[in-house]
Design a protein around this ligand. Sequence first.
Ligand code: ADP
Ligand code: MG
Length: 458
Amino acid sequence: MFSELSLHERLLKALDELSFTEATPVQSAVLPKAMDKKDLMVCSETGSGKTAAFLLPALNHFQDNPAPQSSTRMLILVPTRELARQVFDECEKLTRYTFIKTGLITGGDDFRHQVNTLRKNPEVLIATPGRLLEQMDNSNTDFSDLEYLILDEADRMLDFGFSPDMIRIASECRPERQTMLFSATLKQKGMVELIKLVLNEPESLMLSTARDKHENIHHQMMLADDHAHKEKLTRWLLENETFEKAIVFTNKRLHADQLCAKLRYHDLRVGVLHGEMDHSERKRMMGMLAAGQINILVATDVAARGLDIKGIELVINFEMARNGDDYVHRVGRTGRAGEKGVAISLVDHAEWNLTSSIERYLKTRFEKRSIKELRGSWKGPKKLKASGKAAGTKKKKSSDSKKTTVGKQRLRDKKKTGKRRAPAKDGSDASAKKSPAKSQTSSKAVDAGFEPMKRKKS
Ligand code: ADP
Ligand code: MG
């Protein structure tokens, strides 16, 4: 219960209005330790309520200890603009009955306007690293009084190549600050270094991780012959399933646009979200979905990562996610805050091995499902026939070699599952193609809706 945590009554009032009656597990774990001024690294699944977990201790402290002469008191770094906006909105709701002010500094928004925001000296600043550094380079920020530094979705920030930016920003913050890092995994490459450089003897709180399957999400799969068959299945599902809102994931921007157009043609209320769209366009889409003007969003991974949209009850993977972590992030758009959700993956023959490896990664089995009138000709692989039966027969040699190939394939998939593949520079949002590391980072960064790491010096 929040009331047991001796939170200020103005915060309790806001919590009540938000219908946050019980603290979620991550909130129960984090709040007392954070109020004890400890540095924390917290592992917790998406949708578990991390935002309030890091906001409430700080807001409570500011409410009890006003310091109008202080410069920025809390800095929250997040990987994407959309997430920054969500954290900003939640902070505004929680501070409704207080005098605490919040500022938002993200790429894509007007630079001068942000300078004005910074001049007003809000207690809480929410920012994406790239734009914040530009403001810092122009001496528009002051973190010499900083009390709280939050790295939200630290794993994603590492993925996007923000590690040097985070380290530099942290080095300009008051050393006595309290730092809290939130991540779906702490096993990421570069995480140890980041923790060492930015946190001070942190305590680690491991709640359920991204890999634990969400208990309230029903995982299903459907076999599909090809792209055209997938389009028919998607349309059928969107016309026949019961849901308030749905997200359909594609792996490529082009596919997202094409699918959106086709579904619209069939009078479905669909919008699209991908990294090629400009900021205002994406904002408009999110607004339409929130307001219910559209109830279906066709999206690519990076554009939709971390978004918290109320009422998403159905996630369709038009194309299978490229690895276990991406799958978890996709389906994490549903089943949030205890709600129920269904995730349906459309799997063609080329995606079979990947799907099995994701099942193994999640330690779960997807329920197989088919639609009577849309049954395809592909019924899944014949691997069982190929192994076992042939042992001891004349064809032993060839069957053995076949078995080995299957084994190798599996092992390879297993290795890649759960690891993120670096994105490519081409049209896909995070392609399996290899391209040089530098361009990968910036391409993904751009797609994620923020400025690339290397900025031009003007
Ligand atoms: P995370 O950052 O862990 O992915 P969020 O902080 O975005 O999760 O929270 C997910 C959803 O749960 C949000 O819609 C949020 O408003 C809601 N939520 C958070 N805490 C509570 C609570 N104590 N009770 C009810 N809903 C909550
Ligand atoms: Mg979050």
